[in-house]
Design a protein around this ligand. Structure first.
Ligand SMILES: C[S@@+](CC[C@H](N)C(=O)[O-])C[C@H]1O[C@@H](n2cnc3c(N)ncnc32)[C@H](O)[C@@H]1O
Ligand code: SF4
Length: 348
């Protein structure tokens, strides 16, 4: 069983953000939320053992070591956490210090996932993130290897970045810092961005080219692609990503969290008052067909899918080189991975 713990507060708003993040505001809001979260963890006790706990979205690193420890303790008290469990915390570079990382290590956090997004000074300022000196200082702290399993996140297509910039930045990071075990590369999703971003950013074709070149650089550096946006060194795939795409049971804890347990999908309310009142947004038991369709969708994002599970359109996509085929299995080609969602809608 895999757990996700969502911390919905941020100290400020990034300009590319597509999430309804909540300003950290007054401390008591966070304390009230954490109290309910811990009750939820305890209340949903199932006696199952946890292989992974993932603190993510939107800024888990605004929490103190004591606050994070109290959440881990809620799990420990009610559910077992396996001895080899992966406990990941997503982080903003500006929250990093040697003391904080040492503190995280002491309370059992053994993996960090850090949002770099860009190493371009002008871009960082345009998207309202911390400056380049903070990012570089933080990379040096991580290079002390206090926590050895670290992943970095990047976004392709941010304003002011030219073609090959991101590829060069990622190459330089891999050359200079040995601690990196995992890289996630996302393409900027369409959202209500400032209008001029469309003029000062890469166009869609350039996104795909950049993605392909980054994939090649990563593969040359022994990072295998195990999902469209995720690359890792052997044995360092993120357990929580894997669980989601493998259709394992997972339980999310937070406002509007969707879970999948024993073939049942359910979600907490997205309204704070209803969440605090334990009201679910929906609950459904997936039938065999529903489960099979979901499995195909996840498989196509990650690994090869058996061709016979897809409809007749598959032949057309293979001859147009949208999909590649090997011994009865198909997967999207790198050239067309950017339209995977369209392919999925046509193939099932
Ligand atoms: C769960 S989100 C974490 C969001 C995080 N609070 C942040 O600062 O980006 C994981 C990753 O999604 C990516 N992401 C966030 N917003 C995005 C957007 N608008 N388009 C594409 N990727 C995005 C970022 O690389 C981020 O690190
Ligand atoms: S830290 Fe993440 S969730 Fe928070 S505002 Fe920035 S992008 Fe949005």
């Amino acid at each position: 069983m895999f757990a996700y713990v969502h911390i919905p507060f941020c100290s400020r708003k990034c300009r590319y953000c597509k999430f309804a993040s909540i300003p950290a505001g007054k401390g008591e809001d966070i304390e009230k939320y954490l109290d309910h979260l811990k009750q939820e963890i305890i209340w949903f006790s199932s006696g199952k053992s946890f292989n992974s706990i993932y603190f993510w979205w939107w800024t888990p690193s605004i929490l103190s070591i004591k606050q994070i420890d109290s959440i881990i303790n809620a799990f420990k008290n009610q559910w077992k956490i396996s001895a080899d469990a992966e406990l990941t915390l997503e982080m903003n570079p500006e929250d990093i210090s040697i003391d904080y990382i040492n503190g995280l290590k002491e309370i059992w956090i053994n993996r960090l996932s850090v949002w770099i997004q860009s190493l371009n000074e002008r871009t960082l300022s345009e998207i309202w993130r911390c400056d380049i000196q903070t990012v570089l200082k933080w990379l040096d702290i991580l290079n002390l290897w206090i926590i050895e399993n670290v992943g970095l996140d990047f976004i392709i297509g941010l304003p002011y970045e030219k073609k090959w910039d991101k590829m060069k930045d990622i190459s330089n990071i891999l050359y200079k810092y040995g601690f990196v075990r995992h890289i996630s590369v996302y393409m900027l999703e369409e959202w209500i961005y400032p209008k001029n971003w469309w003029i000062i950013s890469l166009n869609k074709d350039e996104y795909i080219d950049e993605y392909k070149d980054i994939s090649e650089i990563l593969e040359k550096n022994d990072f295998a692609r195990y999902e469209i946006s995720n690359f890792s060194k052997t044995w360092f795939e993120c357990q929580h990503n894997r669980s989601y795409w493998n259709h394992s049971d997972y339980r999310w804890f937070w406002l509007s969290a969707a879970s999948f347990v024993d073939g049942k999908r359910f979600a907490n309310s997205s309204d704070f008052n209803d969440y605090y009142g334990w009201i679910l947004e929906y609950e459904e038991k997936l039938n065999e067909t529903g489960l099979a369709i979901e499995k195909i969708m996840f498989d196509l994002r990650t690994i090869w899918v058996r061709k016979e599970l897809l409809n007749a359109k598959v032949e057309e996509f293979i001859s147009d080189w949208l999909l590649e085929e090997e011994t009865g299995l198909v997967r999207p080609t790198l050239d067309w991975i950017g339209i995977l969602d369209y392919m999925l809608s046509e193939l099932i």
